[in-house]
Design a protein around this ligand. Structure first.
Ligand code: ASP
Ligand code: MG
Length: 407
């Protein structure tokens, strides 16, 4: 008998009909004799709707109260799913995060799970019930309701799987797996059978929205076999995210990620002295703005240098005005800004043992006359910032140059 943790996302439980469809699937699994723990998100759109309600009352609502509010979304879906299961003769029980003691720290809105008390879950499983647990939420040591950050029910599922030592954690969603790139951009994108934690982590942080980053981190840390699959089709296989050793056919490049949320800021003609990077980035980070890529050019003859970085587009205007002040303070020449850029990244653990991948990537972009504005590399990824109008062209030509459609 296996113990499986399943998670169904907001679209999969977005209406009473969908909840019934999910219940049917769960019943079929339960029949096969496996023990099932199911975690669900709020109905799609609900979390945003509630957030908007809060914003009507306060510009910056208290994070504690926001958590109190948002956690109700998942209370709706767990109880409805449990009812739908009972209605078709499948014994089930629902629990809130606080009831099964998903204990987190007290960082409202982005709490981290510290422990899960699995007693109650095991007792209910032993009574032959499907156990349904609210995703996205927990409780801190003082008893305050917390939430784990947007998309957090993926993390709930993985954390449950780790705590229960489940055989597999299955994330049911509206896509049927992890693709070599975004199929909306490249119709020849191929669904991967498996991908390593490390690559998935890069893809998630580089803009692939399939899984919450923290969920992948958790799975990697506790070696939870994680499968992404569609809740909309019958007998889906999906993509298995696992450790590197378990991947049989390792390609050099696994996938191409892209991120349209980037915006670029440059400070031109800064006196090149020790402390420049610090003086530029300190006020930015003090404003809680996250910086992604950073490029400082080699000093020109006049002892001046250029310093460029990217931020999330939501932070663009604020970062720009901070940089204007910095420009005046440091006596730099100019601030340049561009929010029409995107980041395109090649990801693959095979890069470690293959030289020349970056050159090959740059050649492809050169052949398409795409100018590279910034470059960043790690052991298993190469990212470039380019003009957003070349996004599709870059993704498609790289996908074909690296033979990703073949697998
Ligand atoms: N309902 C929460 C959200 O929309 C959590 C989740 O869907 O995973 O972010
Ligand atoms: Mg989600």
């Amino acid at each position: 008998m296996a113990l499986i943790v399943q998670k169904y996302g907001g679209t999969s439980v977005g209406s009473v009909e969908r909840v019934q469809a999910v219940a049917k699937k769960i019943k079929a699994f339960a029949r096969s004799g496996d023990q099932l723990v199911v975690s669900v998100s709020a109905m799609s759109g609900e979390t945003n709707r509630m957030m908007a309600l809060a914003k009507q009352l306060q510009d910056k609502p208290s994070l504690r109260e926001v958590d109190m509010l948002l956690a109700t979304g998942e209370q709706v879906t767990i109880s409805l799913l449990s009812m739908a299961l009972q209605q078709i003769g499948c014994d089930a029980i629902s629990y809130l995060g606080s009831q099964v003691r998903i204990v987190t720290d007290s960082e409202h809105g982005k709490a981290r799970i510290k422990s899960i008390d699995d007693h109650r879950i095991h007792n209910s499983l032993d009574e032959g019930k499907v156990v349904i647990i609210a995703g996205f939420q927990g409780v801190d040591e003082q008893g305050h309701i917390t939430t784990l950050g947007r998309g957090g029910s993926d993390t709930t599922a993985v954390a449950l799987a780790a705590a229960l030592k489940a055989d597999e954690c299955q994330i049911y969603t509206d896509v049927d797996g992890v693709y070599t790139t975004d199929p909306r951009i490249e119709p020849n994108a191929r669904k991967m059978k498996s991908v390593s934690y490390e690559e998935m982590l890069e893809m998630a942080s580089l803009g692939s929205k399939v899984l919450q980053i923290r969920a992948v981190e958790f799975a990697s840390k506790y070696q939870v076999p994680l499968r992404v699959l569609s809740s909309m089709i019958d007998n889906p296989v999906g993509t298995l995210i696992t450790s590197e050793e378990n991947i049989v056919e390792q390609a050099v490049i696994s996938g191409i990620a892209h991120n349209k949320d980037e915006a670029k800021l440059s400070l031109i003609g800064v006196p090149d002295k020790p402390g420049i990077a610090f003086k530029i980035l300190k006020p930015i980070s003090e404003a809680n703005i996250e910086v992604d890529m950073i490029v400082q050019s080699v000093s020109a003859r006049e002892g001046l240098t250029n310093f460029a970085f990217t931020v999330h587009r939501d932070d663009f205007n604020q970062a720009k005005s901070i940089l204007q002040t910095i420009c005046d303070n440091l006596g730099a020449m100019d601030v340049q800004s561009d929010d029409k850029v995107v980041k395109v990244s090649l990801v693959g653990i095979g890069m470690r043992s293959h030289a020349g991948i970056a050159t090959q990537m740059f050649e492809v972009l050169h052949n398409e006359r795409i100018n590279i504005q910034m470059i960043a590399t790690s052991e298993i990824k190469i990212s470039v910032v380019i003009d957003e109008k070349y996004l599709e062209l870059a993704v498609r030509s790289l996908h074909s140059a690296f033979d990703l459609e073949k697998g």
